[in-house]
Write a protein that binds this ligand. Structure first.
Ligand SMILES: *[C@@H]1O[C@H](CO)[C@@H](O)[C@H](O)[C@H]1NC(C)=O
Ligand SMILES: *[C@@H]1O[C@H](CO)[C@@H](O)[C@H](O)[C@H]1NC(C)=O
Ligand SMILES: *[C@@H]1O[C@H](CO)[C@@H](O)[C@H](O)[C@H]1NC(C)=O
Ligand SMILES: *[C@@H]1O[C@H](CO)[C@@H](O)[C@H](O)[C@H]1NC(C)=O
Ligand SMILES: *[C@@H]1O[C@H](CO)[C@@H](O)[C@H](O)[C@H]1NC(C)=O
Ligand SMILES: *[C@@H]1O[C@H](CO)[C@@H](O)[C@H](O)[C@H]1NC(C)=O
Ligand SMILES: *[C@@H]1O[C@H](CO)[C@@H](O)[C@H](O)[C@H]1NC(C)=O
Length: 492
């Protein structure tokens, strides 16, 4: 038995290969009472550097707004349209003409999801699913787009039975009549298995068998890792175990070269009283760790180094979703584009929001001599070349009009201007580095950086430097001169 699995394993590893860099994308559900306009959605995606999205339909306004955005888009045949498409080649072909050819290539459609979790939510359409996949694909072939646009259908991971240990996993055999031709289709068209993976529900349903740390990708001691006794592979998180279960379930049916893409995964940030683990901290930990895990190319224990590109569920909290409170709280943003929580992404590169919890600021030390602070302000705004115009009367950082608040702004601006080198936050011992953001109202510190790293709802201070404060604060010119002397000696 063990030998059999070992052989399967080696065979599989040699065949499944990553031909692209892994990416993180985001699903965009639209059950919001105040759904932002598509142009606002695209603005948010751009601001957050989200380059891969999945839509649950092929909305005309959305596909138009995405034109020339550089964003790669997965569109979907909604389940309601599946029966018609699965019954008629020409309906499928019309669908492709209306929803793909009308936008491609200026809107970069890269995949089509044919239905969503059809086998479990629409079992009577299951018989037509493979037809629908084939018809949509032949329409793409007819338009010579089949090499650019993949066709697949997202499956819920719940159709994989006995999923731990992963080596014993198999698809619910009552679905084999659909699954085998479907896998044949995916293999022959070089598409991928789309899988929805929800460690949140696996954890909830496990009655304590799965430790929360394991579901959240948190570090656990090696002796707490789960070991697959057939393969001796160690599993430290649920996500990898589910993805490997999918690979094993496919190889059990002799399909060993179909890559997996995770079309949905996430964690709710709020829930009812009976959903105590739907919290901001857990949602943040799950999504932050997931992003790092995927982009780090760690791969899974079965396929080390082969990362599984993943779409987070989801961009917005959907307040009009029915069901428990958690259903409405899977989003990364509210409808105004304000982050629900700040992801902790230090070191994972340019995707989504950077970690701003580690952002540092240079502020006045507690109890610092006000005269020394004023001298520091005058130096920063003069020879230090900081744009102090936001400190002028009527400008965003004038209030509160006291020397400490103004020193905070001037010192921090100088510190950021100098690339946050620690020497630039001294001001003769009057300054110190802080991790809490002194921004208030429309007075935003460290320029253009708002919550979640790069997205700010507040207007940035005027970038004009023509009215630098040193030349307009005439009454202080005497101090400026002194300041130049003192700080010139200290800092230059
Ligand atoms: C669409 O995305 C693919 C990557 O999947 C890229 O190779 C291609 O250049 C993009 N096409 C357009 C028109 O931007
Ligand atoms: C379906 O239509 C495509 C053209 O869109 C054609 O190439 C293909 O042969 C048709 N398939 C069937 C089963 O009719
Ligand atoms: C397998 O799928 C069938 C429907 O096709 C369902 O009735 C059954 O409950 C599933 N089995 C398990 C163990 O989930
Ligand atoms: C998989 O291949 C093996 C060996 O060729 C064969 O014995 C088995 O029946 C196949 N399984 C399926 C589900 O086709
Ligand atoms: C990233 O991968 C390297 C090995 O490839 C590993 O040592 C490191 O711990 C990983 N980091 C994270 C955050 O997973
Ligand atoms: C995140 O930070 C890295 C390194 O500091 C930077 O290269 C990247 O552009 C940032 N990403 C965003 C989205 O701001
Ligand atoms: C900023 O500069 C522009 C031209 O460079 C000028 O038109 C505008 O009035 C200035 N705004 C302020 C607030 O000084």
């Amino acid at each position: 038995m063990a030998m059999h699995f070992l052989l399967l394993l080696l065979f599989a590893v040699s065949i499944v290969a990553a031909d692209e860099e892994p990416f993180i994308g985001v699903n965009i559900g639209t059950d919001l009472s105040d759904m932002p306009h598509p142009t606002q959605v695209v603005a948010l995606l751009k601001a957050q550097q989200i380059r891969h999205i999945r839509l649950y339909n092929a909305d005309q306004a959305m596909l138009t707004a995405l034109s020339k955005s550089g964003i790669q888009v997965v569109i979907s045949v909604p389940n309601e349209e599946l029966l018609a498409i699965g019954q008629s080649n020409s309906t499928a072909s019309n669908w492709v003409t209306r929803n793909v050819l009308a936008y491609y290539p200026s809107t970069n459609i890269t995949s089509i999801c044919v239905g969503s979790e059809v086998l479990t939510t629409l079992p009577n359409a299951a018989k037509l699913l493979v037809n629908a996949l084939n018809y949509i694909h032949s329409a793409l072939v007819a338009s010579k787009l089949d090499s650019k646009i993949k066709v697949s259908t997202p499956l819920p991971s719940t159709i994989i039975l006995d999923s731990f240990p992963p080596s014993q996993a198999f698809f619910n055999t009552s679905m084999n009549q659909v699954l085998i031709p479907m896998l044949d289709f995916l293999q022959s068209t070089q598409s991928y298995l789309m899988l929805n993976v929800y460690p949140y529900y696996d954890y909830m349903d496990s009655n304590g068998a799965i430790p929360l740390e394991n579901a959240l990708f948190k570090p656990i001691p090696p002796n707490k890792e789960s070991i697959d006794s057939n393969t001796l592979l160690h599993y430290s998180n649920v996500f990898d175990a589910v993805v490997d279960a999918a690979y094993f379930a496919m190889s059990y049916l002799n399909f060993t070269n179909i890559p997996v893409v995770v079309t949905e995964t996430g964690w709710p940030s709020k829930g009812n009283a009976n959903e105590p683990d739907a919290t901001l901290d857990n949602a943040n930990a799950y999504n932050s760790n997931l992003i790092k895990h995927v982009l780090n190319k760690t791969g899974t224990p079965k396929h080390p180094g082969i990362s599984v590109s993943t779409y987070i569920y989801e961009l917005y909290n959907e307040d009009t979703k029915p069901g428990p409170l958690s259903e409405k709280n899977w989003g990364l943003f509210d409808s105004n584009g304000v982050p629900v929580y700040v992801l902790q992404l230090t070191g994972s590169g340019a995707v989504l929001a950077n970690d701003t919890s580690k952002e540092t600021y240079c502020i006045a030390k507690d109890g610092a001599d006000p005269k020394m602070l004023q001298a520091g302000i005058d130096w920063a705004c003069g020879p230090g070349k900081v744009d102090c115009s936001p400190l002028l009367q009527g400008k965003p950082c004038y209030d509160p009009d006291n020397v400490v608040a103004h020193a905070n702004y001037a010192f921090d601006s100088y510190y950021h201007q100098m690339g946050k080198s620690s020497e630039s936050c001294d001001f003769k011992g009057m300054a110190t580095i802080s991790t809490s953001d002194p921004s208030h109202g429309s007075c935003i510190f460290s320029r253009s950086f708002g919550r979640n790293g790069i997205f700010s709802n507040a207007p940035a201070p005027s970038p004009n430097s023509s009215d630098s404060c040193a030349c307009e604060l005439g009454v202080r010119s005497f101090i400026v001169v002194i300041g130049v002397l003192i700080w010139g000696v200290v800092l230059l």
